[in-house]
Design a protein around this ligand. Structure first.
Ligand code: ACO
Length: 435
């Protein structure tokens, strides 16, 4: 008779131990090895957590082989086709799609919490005009913890919900303020008559002497639609590096805004959210279509650290479903873009070249969502160093959903991995004069 267990034999002693297999709704079963240390005195070794489930979660499901991404059970393709970003944010937090009344109320809650405290606004003055916006994001979001600390009670679900919606509400205003600070423009207050994406674009580009809505580069439908789509696609991606960071920081009971700031810091890296910015830098470096073969060769060369940015993914090994959805939008936006840019032609040529190259085919390296997102953001007039900030706005919905899930879980324990120590064994201390 088959059993839902896994037996491990310690070949050095012959001792056998049996561990339960935990089965989720979908996906690979996981072996519950929590007792391993006590039973056999061993830790498991899994750098990068490639085979380790760090928690139970009911938010997002990914099947990397099949290219499936579900938010709360709904395929990303259907959400991208039919929903607004706020509907998706509501889904991630509450577990269900909102009806019209619930969505209106959610929009009211977000609008109500969107304005930044005036004292928070002066924090930006501490940053030089050329500070990277992600550095400002880490600092300013972290500083929210100083504004909302005394009335914070993470053991109270209502209080946690306020934190979550406050974060989703304020992140676009903070992000836009980072950009406005860098160009020396006055900050723009959020507006309740605009939807989440329109509001963000208005806070980014509106000018005091001229309403952005009435300007030539008005909030056109394509831009809002593309932004809405990008935000939905980036809203969550289960236990990625930044979400795991938020969870790890949150597992200690730390202030939630500080946890989100930690997530933003993790997102910044070029192997994660910084990839969309890195794609544009790479395209600039390549420069012309003629040089593509040279850079493809560099990417394939084991002795060259160069990698094709926007290609490959830790989890998706056949295709990234978000890239499939966004590819079409990317082509639409580029077609409608009133600013022809040779980098766009270069990007499309690189995509075509790499997709036909044996190395990329064999290693299953396909364009990921960030290959296209950077190109779209550029076409929308978003500055390159704001690309990862755009990702952070969207991912905030996922981060807070995971933080809420984790803090509500009574079985939550502080995250504390072990290590395989390879340093010197204990040795005798030498006083300074004898060294
Ligand atoms: N260019 C060239 N070769 C690559 C690339 C790339 N972009 N990505 C992976 N490879 C190669 C590796 O050198 C490795 O070759 P090997 O088998 O000969 O050693 C093989 O493909 C497997 O790569 P790994 O690094 O083991 O894959 P991993 O899952 O660890 O890394 C990652 C995934 C970090 C995304 C990687 O593909 C990469 O660096 N891509 C570029 C950065 C990027 O686009 N990041 C965005 C990720 S999406 C997101 O965060 C939303």
């Amino acid at each position: 008779m088959s059993k839902d267990t896994l037996t491990i034999t310690d070949n050095s002693t012959g001792k056998e131990v049996e561990y339960p297999l935990l089965k989720g709704t979908l996906g690979n079963p996981t072996v519950d090895v929590r007792a391993l240390k006590n039973d056999l005195g061993y830790f498991t070794f899994d750098p990068g957590f490639v085979s380790t489930a760090s928690c139970k979660s009911a938010i997002t499901y990914i099947d990397g082989e099949q290219g499936i991404l579900l938010y709360r059970g709904y395929p990303i393709e259907e959400l991208a086709e039919n929903c607004s970003f706020l509907e998706v944010a509501y889904l991630l937090i509450h577990g269900e799609l909102p009806n019209e009344q619930e969505l209106n109320h959610f929009k009211f809650e977000i609008d109500d919490r969107a304005v930044l405290h005036e004292s928070l606004r002066v924090f930006f003055d501490g940053f030089h005009y050329d500070a990277h916006p992600m550095a400002m994001m880490v600092g300013v979001v972290g500083s929210l913890s100083a504004f909302y600390h005394s009335d914070l009670d993470v053991t109270d679900p209502d209080n946690r919900y306020i934190c979550a919606t406050r974060m989703i509400a304020k992140i676009p205003a903070i992000a836009a303020a980072c950009y406005r600070h860098s160009i020396g423009a006055p900050f723009v207050y959020p507006r309740v008559d605009l939807d989440y994406c329109e509001n963000f674009l208005n806070m980014m580009f509106s000018r005091p002497e001229k309403r952005f809505l009435e300007q030539a580069r008005a909030i056109d439908e394509t831009a809002v639609k593309a932004l809405n789509l990008l935000f939905i696609l980036h809203a969550d991606h289960e236990q990625n590096a930044s979400t795991s960071t938020v969870r790890l920081a949150g597992s200690t009971g730390a202030n939630p805004y500080a946890c989100i700031a930690a997530g933003i810091a993790a997102l910044w890296g070029p192997a994660h959210g910084g990839a969309n910015e890195a794609v544009l830098s790479m395209l600039k470096e390549i420069g012309t279509v003629e040089r593509i073969p040279e850079y493809i060769a560099k990417a394939k060369d084991k002795d060259d650290p160069f990698r094709l940015m926007g290609f490959g993914h830790r989890v998706y090994k056949n295709f990234d479903p978000r890239a499939t959805i966004i590819r079409q939008t990317c082509h639409d936006v580029l077609r409608k873009s009133c600013q022809p840019d040779p980098l766009f032609d270069l990007a499309m040529a690189l995509e075509e070249y790499a997709l036909q190259d044996d190395y990329f085919i064999e290693k299953k390296l396909y364009p990921n969502v960030d290959f296209y997102s950077g190109i779209i953001y550029k076409a929308l007039g978003i500055p390159v160093d704001m690309f990862t900030v755009m990702f952070a706005i969207a991912r905030t919905a996922g981060w807070v959903a995971h933080w809420l899930e984790m803090t509500a879980d009574t079985g939550n324990v502080i995250g504390r991995p072990r290590q395989l120590y390879v340093g010197p064994p204990q040795r005798e201390f030498m006083p300074l004069h004898r060294r």
